[in-house]
Design a protein around this ligand. Structure first.
Ligand code: ARG
Length: 462
């Protein structure tokens, strides 16, 4: 029977199928750097507690560092028999430094070890994601600035509604992605607790200075309850939730890019470098990246649901079910990072068809609200003003006209309140520029917001 770290009480060897199913090494090997970092901190804590001598701690730490180098260099071939990354590192350490390697696990369990590893991994990745997110927001801001004078139809129900600036539309996404960054920062703060010392579930009988360990590996706090320390995966769920919300934003933006680059809209054209073709239809230029970003929202939400479902009925404390936390987490991290990396360059190289967007504001009566507002601002109750403007739209549809084509006599016939200045009041540019309310789409308001946003961005990513 092959020896396993836990096989003291076992008489039979592990069934091959059990070994395969039980192993997490194929995916948790990517935690090796964090596992080794945690082990070094643990060795130092054991030294501080008088469990390891200076010499022993040094030997263990140097051994761990050389295991890390071997893994970096791809020299260790991971197999299912190794079970998981914690066992793999420990057994290689023991091969290298002898029985002393077996002292490292004093006062520790894989349960608190894995809880630490994932926190370290996720902290590291969230920093990276926040940084990528900042770069992507910069792309949104730059594209908004370059296209400051582009007017387009704003929609409700995907029906033309009122004219807006393209930059205002893009900055709407900026706001969403700022909230996403905020959620990630909140998540980082809440997960900033060090679980080592919880042991298997009940805490450790050794005098481990948990605050010292936390300081060594950059945690601000230690976890408060040993049972919770090894059972908690809220921080992953919270990250997956924040990632899912971010994917809602990417999916909505993608949907718009896909619509806008269709021939029906023709508002934008993605560059060749960020488009793909069809194997059968030579004319095709497809927005695959936007489609994939929209599509990948499915797997990210799926990952969230997967972990919520895994966790929902687990009794305290650790259960092996929890090994299922890693793949959804890794997949989400990889997906989000890939989208964040490609999306900025895609937007920056997108051609904006300014004329087509402006022309689209000229039909569809996007200025009908302005006709109603004209009357309302001259004392007509808005409901009545709405009715008159609606009649004006009906009249135009009948005559095949747009509102700005109506003569003064035609306006007068609709309501005696209309003066000669109604013509100017329903111009698209004016419609847009009257919306000076804080947060509105008037050019000067958007310019002010852009200035504030640029200042916000120059302050860094968090
Ligand atoms: N590979 C395990 C996981 O990812 C590590 C913890 C194992 N703990 C245990 N008691 N078997 O969850």
């Amino acid at each position: 029977m092959k020896h396993k770290a836990w096989s003291g009480r076992f008489k039979e060897a592990t069934n091959k199928l059990v070994e395969e199913m039980n192993a997490s090494i194929s995916f948790d090997k990517r935690l090796y750097k964090f596992d080794i970092l945690g082990s070094i901190a643990h060795a130092m804590t054991l030294k501080k507690a008088g469990i390891l001598s200076d010499k022993e701690a040094k030997k263990i730490i140097n051994g761990l560092k050389s295991v890390e180098k071997e893994i970096d260099a791809g020299k260790i071939e991971f197999t299912a028999a190794m079970e998981d990354i914690h066992m793999a590192v420990e057994s290689r350490l023991t091969e290298k430094i002898g029985a002393l390697g077996g002292k490292l696990h004093t006062g520790r369990s894989r349960n608190d070890q894995v809880a630490l590893d994932i926190r370290l991994f996720l902290k590291d990745q969230i920093f990276e994601i926040i940084h990528l997110l900042h770069g992507f927001r910069q792309a949104l801001v730059d594209v908004a600035e370059v296209n400051m004078d582009v007017i387009m139809p704003g929609y409700t129900h995907l029906q033309r509604a009122q004219p807006v600036l393209l930059s205002h539309h893009l900055l709407a996404y900026y706001e969403m992605f700022v909230r996403d960054a905020g959620r990630l920062i909140d998540c980082l703060d809440r997960m900033d607790e060090m679980p080592l010392g919880a042991g298997a579930l009940a805490g450790s009988p050794y005098k481990l200075d948990r605050h010292y360990t936390a300081g060594l590996i950059g945690f601000s706090r230690v976890t408060e309850n040993s049972l919770d320390s090894v059972s908690d995966r809220d921080f992953i769920i919270e990250f997956l939730s924040a990632a899912s919300i971010m994917m809602v934003h990417f999916s909505r933006l993608s949907e718009e890019i896909i619509l806008w680059s269709s021939q029906e809209f023709g508002f934008v054209e993605l560059s060749d470098a960020f488009s793909t073709g069809s194997s059968i239809m030579p004319q095709k230029k497809n927005p695959d990246i936007a489609e994939l970003a929209r599509g990948k929202s499915g797997r990210v939400y799926g990952n969230l649901i997967s972990l919520l479902t895994t966790m929902k009925a687990l009794p305290l404390a650790y259960n092996k079910d929890m090994q299922e936390d890693k793949e959804p987490l890794f997949d989400t991290v990889d997906t989000i990072k890939a989208i964040l990396s490609v999306y900025g360059p895609m937007l920056r190289t997108m051609k904006v068809n300014k004329d087509k967007m402006l022309r689209a504001t000229e039909t569809g009566f996007l200025n009908a609200t302005d006709a109603a507002d004209y009357l309302a601002s001259r004392g007509v109750p808005f409901r009545q003003a709405h009715e008159v403007a609606g009649k004006a739209v009906g009249y135009c549809i009948e005559k095949g006209k747009t509102l700005d084509m109506l003569t003064f006599d035609e306006w007068k016939a609709l309501s005696p309140v209309f003066g000669k200045d109604i013509k100017a009041a329903v111009s698209i540019k004016r419609s847009l520029n009257t919306r000076k309310v804080y947060g509105g789409t008037a050019l000067e308001t958007v310019k002010k917001r852009l200035k504030a946003v640029k200042k916000e961005m120059s302050g860094g990513c968090c």
